[in-house]
Design a protein around this ligand. Structure first.
Ligand SMILES: [Zn+2]
Length: 332
């Protein structure tokens, strides 16, 4: 499918298609009977009573009209070939009014179409139902949002450029808040500087968000206690609520949906000079980021090689964008 692209200041932003959008046509064999149109409901009743039920191909329409057929006959799907072999089917049909209906094997699309292009292409093989997914919105950014994205990407690029003059790996990450349109964390790669192989730029940024959250919660706790104790609290003894109970989370969520996120980076955007590695991508999934924008692709990246932003097996998905610089002046 054609990639969606949008210009954003110095960058060309391209949304990375999710797995379903890249799905090629895969087919599955079904047994069909050729019958008069008027007998359709009778044969479907027989199939539902006596033949294996269709499994996993609910998007496939049960009946195909042959436009060139002058006798007004239809092809009706009886069951999937993987469920029973032809001999078994013949045995089940023997002695019924459908014994003489011309049975053949037809191919149908195995997966439901996700994009309109897939739908148009796949329905030529066999009619399928199509419901455009809500998630498949057209790529669009407002002027303000474009300025925010450009600011965050430039900042990540500039940090990376500064870091490329040192011994450290030239990678930088910025975390932005799309609501307030400001930067909430930024870091370069610190693996060589600290000797800690886990201190990738994205991991350092997530740690910064965690520290800010601890501080914010401590201040909140302090102000609550001050209210309760009429202001005679010793600040050093503030209890840090690192682990919140479910009740606390629920009540905080109810208090203000903007103020408190249930997960560390919920709704935040990550801007990276390089595509995050598998470890960092998993950390971004766990911390529930909203969107990822990265500039340079990586041979071992979690997005372009493993599609970790949209894996069905993971319980959080985010939108990923590849951002290409228009000018090369800032690149290295
Ligand atoms: Zn990493």
């Amino acid at each position: 499918m054609a990639a969606e692209r949008i210009e954003c200041g110095d960058y060309l932003i391209e949304r990375i298609p999710i797995t379903e959008e890249q799905q090629q046509l895969v087919t599955e064999d079904v047994y069909t009977a050729r019958i008069e149109a008027a007998r359709t409901s009778d044969i479907l009743r027989f199939a539902s009573k006596s033949l294996p039920k269709l499994n996993g191909i609910e998007h496939v329409k049960r009946v195909r009209r042959e436009s060139t057929d002058p006798d007004n006959e239809l092809l009706v799907i009886l069951c999937q070939c993987k469920m029973i072999d032809r001999e078994e089917l013949d045995t089940l049909l023997r002695g019924t009014e459908w014994e003489e209906s011309r049975i053949s094997v037809n191919r149908v699309p195995r997966y439901p179409p996700y994009t309109r292009d897939q739908f148009e292409q796949w329905k030529a093989l066999w009619p399928v139902a199509y419901r455009p997914p809500v998630k498949l919105k057209k790529l669009a950014f407002s002027t303000d949002e474009k300025a925010y994205i450009q600011m965050c990407l430039s900042e990540a690029d500039e940090l990376r450029r500064q870091n490329s003059n040192t011994d450290n790996r030239p990678v930088a990450v910025v975390i932005g808040n799309a609501n307030t349109r400001n930067i909430v964390a930024e870091s370069t790669d610190k693996t060589r500087k600290t000797g800690n192989p886990l201190r990738h730029a994205a991991m350092c940024c997530i740690a910064q968000v965690a520290e800010s959250e601890v501080t914010r919660l401590a201040l909140k706790e302090k102000s609550t206690l001050q209210k309760d104790n009429k202001g005679d609290l010793d600040g050093e003894n503030v209890h840090l609520p690192l682990k919140r109970t479910h009740e606390e989370c629920d009540s905080e969520k109810a208090e203000s949906s903007n103020d408190v996120a249930n997960y560390l980076c919920e709704g935040l955007d990550v801007f990276s000079s390089k595509e995050p590695c598998v470890m960092c991508t998993m950390a971004l999934v766990h911390s529930r980021i909203g969107r990822l924008f990265f500039i340079d692709e990586s041979e071992s990246g979690g997005i372009s090689h493993y599609s970790m932003h949209c894996l069905k097996a993971l319980n959080h998905h985010f939108t990923a964008f590849k951002c290409t610089r228009f000018s090369t002046s800032n690149s290295q």
